[in-house]
Design a protein around this ligand. Sequence first.
Ligand SMILES: Nc1nc2c(ncn2[C@@H]2O[C@H](COP(=O)(O)OP(=O)(O)O)[C@@H](O)[C@H]2O)c(=O)[nH]1
Ligand SMILES: [Mg+2]
Ligand SMILES: [Zn+2]
Length: 275
Amino acid sequence: MQGKIIKQISNQYTVLVNNEEIVCSSRGVFRNQNITPLVGDNVKVDISKKLITDVLPRKNELKRPVVANVDITLIIMSVKEPKLSLNLLDKLLVNVIHNKIEPIICFTKLDLMKEKEIPKFTEIKKYYQSIGIKVYNNQELNKLLEVLKEKIVVLTGQTGAGKTTILNKLEPTLNLKTAAISKSLGRGKHTTRHTEIHYVKDVYFIDTPGYSYIDLSELTIEDYQNAFIEFNNYPCPFNSCKHFKEKDCGVKEAVKNEKILKSRYENYLKFGGLK
Ligand SMILES: Nc1nc2c(ncn2[C@@H]2O[C@H](COP(=O)(O)OP(=O)(O)O)[C@@H](O)[C@H]2O)c(=O)[nH]1
Ligand SMILES: [Mg+2]
Ligand SMILES: [Zn+2]
């Protein structure tokens, strides 16, 4: 029988097989072969022995959180409380794109926006869509669910952005703790250390306590250029153009003509250590 590991506590793996949760241990031989089954792994199980007998090939392996076969990182971004940070959004996008995982953005707390703030937000939302990223908000979860169907989806974004609230809304019986409650209990007290998949509405969701620490220190300037995906649409005369002080730079021209969002360009310079 084949299934997917949705939870691990030391050597106890919860495997979802035909919609049924079976707690299994892993075969001792794995340790010798240096294979550690991970949450997200597709595995073969011996049901009668409650044993994982095989780990199927992985398409990827995320370090934070530790999970295999991630399809999508859902970036949850509040427009208020905490206020929208395009710096953080671009940083998360770079991180996800660099890891070759598809990013999808979901904005939250649109209800807290003042009327006069809406046009600016709409412009930003449209820009990210225009460069090929799927963008939703948490009032259109049904549309979002359609694109997430049967995928392993990691939720990321600032603490308090509304990640856990989305899961609770999709499946109220989960009854997961939200930020408002954790604040009163003191920070970090019940931050879950183990990774767990919530299979909700045909989606394998992984909640995370926050965006934690994003390490971009290994990225080269070329990595940034590739991660700012829209820059490739604006050729420069020099192949090695850093889009900084060079003349006739297509990217700088596009920024000037408002084809590239100014904040995107500024963030590129900042992340790349050029400015
Ligand atoms: N006004 C408003 N509040 C929200 C929305 N989404 C979440 N919240 C609130 O924001 C707080 C933090 O939510 P939570 O899901 O714990 O954020 P997380 O840290 O990203 O998991 C909670 O008090 C939620 O009730 C929203 O769309 N609008
Ligand atoms: Mg949360
Ligand atoms: Zn250039």
